[in-house]
Design a protein around this ligand. Structure first.
Ligand code: PTJ
Length: 254
């Protein structure tokens, strides 16, 4: 039972935090994942804890990109498995993307717990588990370099939510289109990805699912135009301006 009072003004953010802490207690989340959550919460607070205009633009471009992809793959880490397993699987079904577990802090026990959670939430095939089909992605020192030959290694579009910078750079160098969810618009991942959704993954994922449903009826030319019209650098700059404006507003109130 949750100890968070329903009337608390920040009940939604506290419930997200609770999901992650439960994920840690259940062996899905790395200790470092709790720190990542803390960093994310700080940015979420500064962004107003809602899906803004810029996030909506990035979500629309993401939906178009996933629907146009030949072989999209969604990379799953401990935090994502704890925060939104059902939605990630729902998204993968809508856009016909494969799922691959890929951890920064490699740990077989944690990987097994993540796979179990994904299966319990309806996932059929999960890549990243078979050593025989693993390949090395050049340019990465962390465990993230080990990818599946039928998954991230071969993908044209890779979704990497809550990611570290090195792999995003390596994936771009390998010629892949990279999409991320990252509340920090200044992170290396945010700055390097082709499309950065600066929003809490737990909120943005639902918007992405419904946008993917809507856009699945459109033709490839229409989808291509959405991608071509999207400017990630401009979007990120607007996110930073939004944070600056929120800070000035709050400073005036204080
Ligand atoms: O499970 P593992 O071993 O693969 O490890 C996963 C973590 C998240 C620990 C690992 O990838 C990591 O250390 O990531 P970083 O470098 O801390 O980056 C995570 C980024 O995600 C930061 O920029 C955070 O601001 C951001 N973030 C945290 N929580 C959320 C988020 N972005 C969107 N939604 C969130 N809920």
């Amino acid at each position: 039972m949750s100890l968070i009072p329903k009337s608390h003004p920040r009940v939604k953010s506290l419930l997200i935090r609770e999901k992650l802490v439960n994920g840690f207690d259940n062996g899905l989340v790395a200790k470092e994942g709790l720190l990542a959550q803390g960093r994310g919460e700080a940015f979420d607070y500064l962004l107003g804890e809602k899906t803004g205009k810029t996030a909506k633009l990035a979500i629309r471009a993401t939906a178009a990109q996933l629907l146009l992809a030949k072989m999209p793959v969604i990379s799953i880490n401990g935090n994502v498995a704890a925060l939104c397993p059902k939605q990630i699987i729902k998204l993968s079904k809508h856009v016909k993307a494969k799922l691959e577990v890929n951890l920064f802090y490699a740990n077989e026990k944690r990987k097994k717990a993540i796979i179990k959670t994904l299966k319990n939430n309806g996932a059929k095939e999960i890549l990243g588990t078979n050593k025989k089909s693993s390949r090395r992605l050049p340019g990465i020192d962390s465990a993230r370099r080990i990818v599946d030959k039928d998954g991230i290694y071969a993908a044209d579009v890779v979704v990497v939510p809550l990611e570290d910078g090195d792999r995003t750079i390596a994936l771009r160098k390998a010629g892949k289109t990279v999409i991320t969810f990252d509340l920090n618009p200044l992170s290396r991942t945010s700055q390097t990805a082709n499309i950065t959704i600066v929003d809490n993954v737990t909120r943005a994922i639902d918007v992405l699912i419904s946008e993917s449903k809507k856009l699945s009826k459109k033709n490839p030319k229409y989808l291509r135009k959405i991608i071509d019209d999207f400017d990630n650098k401009k979007n990120l700059t607007e996110n930073v301006i939004q944070i600056k404006n929120n800070l000035s507003r709050r400073a005036r109130i204080a």
